[in-house]
Design a protein around this ligand. Structure first.
Ligand SMILES: [Cu+2]
Length: 312
């Protein structure tokens, strides 16, 4: 019975820790074992307190500085999980909403955040969200986790799309090569060199369609989307495990994405944000390498809406 109680207590702590780390629903990489069906009638009293367990009472989240082997001192949570800023945010205002938050769960707190060692407490702040949660900011930047980071020290979100960066103790993006705030830090630039040529995929954007609205690429193939704005004001937007793209394309403009390499077969839905509800959507089919490549096609929009959120 004693071990059973202990197991329950540990499970409880695990659940709390999970919620603290990923406030938005994020698929747990390893499902926790179900608690035993028979629950103790009285609440179990922990006979000990694990040293690193988060306090179960509402408290301000601690932001601290961890030394990262590649990026130097960066902001993390108490468990050492990497925090990020989004250069498309505005001071004390987030522009990452909706599906963006599934990949980039915000750092939430239930009380004023606490400055850990190396953190300037005067740079810590909060912003209120309409849904009632309180987000932590640093130097005006809302702070986020990256859902693909599974353990302390990981920083897979660094440099993603050129807009997500780890955060220096001074409150600046680390390694950002362009404005808003170039960091003096030496730039670690692990630019993946595409194998072979870069294929350009042209899409024309005219309300309410992409032409073509269905394209096929191969796993490992390097592609760039060339977006030709015919008229109006559109976006080319999608999210996949390999890339997040959200580019405005106005009439008369031709906008080219970065070189993209898709590593996982599957279907990736793309859409125009202003006109998605009008059916201005399309699909990138990522096929295993070596499969034949028919020309881009124009097909009717599928009646069943493919899953829009690519789960990380
Ligand atoms: Cu549009």
């Amino acid at each position: 019975m004693r071990t059973l109680l202990l197991a329950s207590v540990l499970l409880l702590f695990s659940a709390i820790a999970c919620r603290a780390v990923y406030p938005t629903p994020t698929p747990s990489p390893t499902p926790l074992p179900r608690p035993p069906a028979a629950q103790p009638t009285v609440a179990p009293t922990p006979t000990f307190t694990p040293t690193l367990a988060p306090t179960p009472t509402p408290a301000g989240v601690v932001v601290r500085v961890s030394s990262h082997p590649q990026f130097g001192p960066i902001l993390t949570d108490p468990q050492g999980r990497t925090l990020y800023l989004f250069t498309r945010d505005e001071p004390n205002k987030t522009n990452c909403t909706g599906t963006c938050l599934q990949a980039w769960p915000p750092l939430l707190t239930q009380a004023p955040p606490v400055a850990g060692e190396g953190v300037h407490s005067n740079l810590l702040g909060t912003i209120q969200r309409p849904e009632g949660s309180t987000r932590v900011t640093y130097n005006g930047w809302p702070l986020y986790y990256f859902a693909s980071d599974q353990s302390p020290g990981e920083a897979k979100g660094q440099g993603v799309r050129g807009v997500w960066f780890v955060v220096s103790p001074a409150g600046a993006p680390v390694g950002a090569s362009s404005p808003p705030t170039p960091a003096p830090t030496a730039q670690p630039t692990p630019s993946p060199t595409p194998i072979g040529q870069v294929r350009e995929v042209r899409l024309s954007l005219r309300f309410p369609t992409f032409t073509p609205n269905r394209v096929r690429v191969q796993v490992g193939e390097a592609v760039r989307f060339v977006l030709v704005g015919e008229s109006g004001s559109h976006t080319f937007t999608f999210e996949s495990p390999d890339a997040r793209v959200d580019l405005p394309v106005r009439g008369g403009q031709t906008v080219t994405t970065d070189t993209l390499v898709f590593t996982q077969p599957g279907r990736i839905r793309f859409w125009c944000r202003p006109h998605e509800s009008y059916g201005m959507v399309g699909e990138i089919e990522v096929v295993p390498a070596g499969q034949s490549m028919p020309p881009p096609s124009m097909e009717p929009t599928p009646t069943t809406t493919p899953e829009r959120d690519y789960t990380y």
